[in-house]
Design a protein around this ligand. Structure first.
Ligand SMILES: NC(=O)c1ccc[n+]([C@@H]2O[C@H](COP(=O)([O-])OP(=O)(O)OC[C@H]3O[C@@H](n4cnc5c(N)ncnc54)[C@H](OP(=O)(O)O)[C@@H]3O)[C@@H](O)[C@H]2O)c1
Length: 267
């Protein structure tokens, strides 16, 4: 059964936008809350927010690098209790030795591993989660220490580190959420053809590494969300299996690449 209501945090583009469309078609746009950073009326990029299906309940002015983001999301829900929360917001700022960037790292850690704690805390403490709600944090296979290899090398300190930290906080949250009947999973959504990967210069690897559009990734994502329950809560999954995970074959073996998803990923 799909959720009765869904909250997509970080919905302006990419996977977040694809999930808003997916859940709008599954449960109706008026049951989908979508947070964006901008204020539509004042924003010169307001056009970009229009692709939301008519009737989606847009919560504006949610910047998850700000301390009060959790409270503001709760306010935007106007008393609704949501059945599915998807925390999508993320930033990728590549780094290499000699060019590590303090401010970028603070931003990435704040968005990917600090804010999720405060958002979940606010939702839980304000009774904004339905009794059997599910939470999904978009982390990344990049946050798996096991999947990092000598061949791939170092760098990407803030990005990979903040995703590993996101996996850790999600795992810890699972213990706090379990007693309330709420499950949580950390997800690698696949290698996606989005602004994030384009801006990081990854477009040239799309074909070789099995990149998919966010709309293509939204299907396996929604199927996984349906399967998520307390038994498998607190763990790290790839709904599309090993597809789009560059080091999967080298680290996890060839067999893994032949299986369909979902694949449980190592920390
Ligand atoms: N793309 C991939 O291959 C890939 C792989 C593994 C994991 N992921 C993860 O999947 C998620 C979605 O990725 P994507 O490729 O769809 O990225 P994207 O197209 O760059 O979209 C990122 C989203 O995060 C939002 N965001 C960024 N900073 C924010 C902030 N301070 N406050 C609130 N929202 C903020 C963006 O909003 P604005 O429009 O306002 O900037 C946008 O909605 C990310 O967490 C990413 O790390 C992606």
């Amino acid at each position: 059964m799909p959720p009765q209501t869904a909250l997509i945090i970080g919905a302006s583009k990419g996977l977040g936008l694809a999930l808003v469309k997916k859940y709008s078609s599954l449960i109706g746009p008026s049951n989908v809350f979508a947070t964006v950073r901008s204020t539509v009326s004042d924003d010169p990029n307001a056009e970009e927010i229009k692709p939301f299906p008519e009737g989606v309940r847009v919560i504006e002015d949610i910047d998850v690098s700000e301390k009060d983001c959790g409270e503001k999301i709760v306010e935007g829900l106007q008393g609704a209790a949501v059945g599915l929360v998807v925390y999508v917001s993320g930033v990728l700022k590549p780094e290499e030795m000699g060019k590590a960037n303090w401010d970028d790292e603070i931003m990435m850690y704040t968005i990917c591993s600090i804010a999720p704690v405060f958002v979940v805390q606010s939702l839980l403490m304000s009774s904004s989660l339905a009794p059997d709600a599910k939470i999904i944090l978009l982390t990344s296979e990049a946050g798996s220490i096991t999947l990092r290899t000598e061949g791939e090398g170092g760098g990407m300190y803030g990005h990979h580190g903040c995703k590993a930290a996101g996996n850790m906080v999600g795992h810890l949250l699972s213990y706090d959420l379990k007693e309330r009947g709420v499950s949580i999973a950390m997800i690698h959504p696949g290698f996606l053809k989005t602004e994030m990967t384009k801006n990081a210069g990854m477009e040239e690897f799309y074909d070789k590494m099995g990149a998919v559009t966010p709309d293509e990734a939204a299907g396996p994502f929604a199927e996984f969300a349906e399967k998520l329950n307390l038994e498998i809560s607190g763990r790290f999954w790839a709904p599309m299996g090993a597809r789009g995970i560059g080091n999967a074959e080298e680290v996890l073996g060839k067999e893994v690449t032949k299986k369909p998803g979902p694949l449980e990923l190592p920390w």
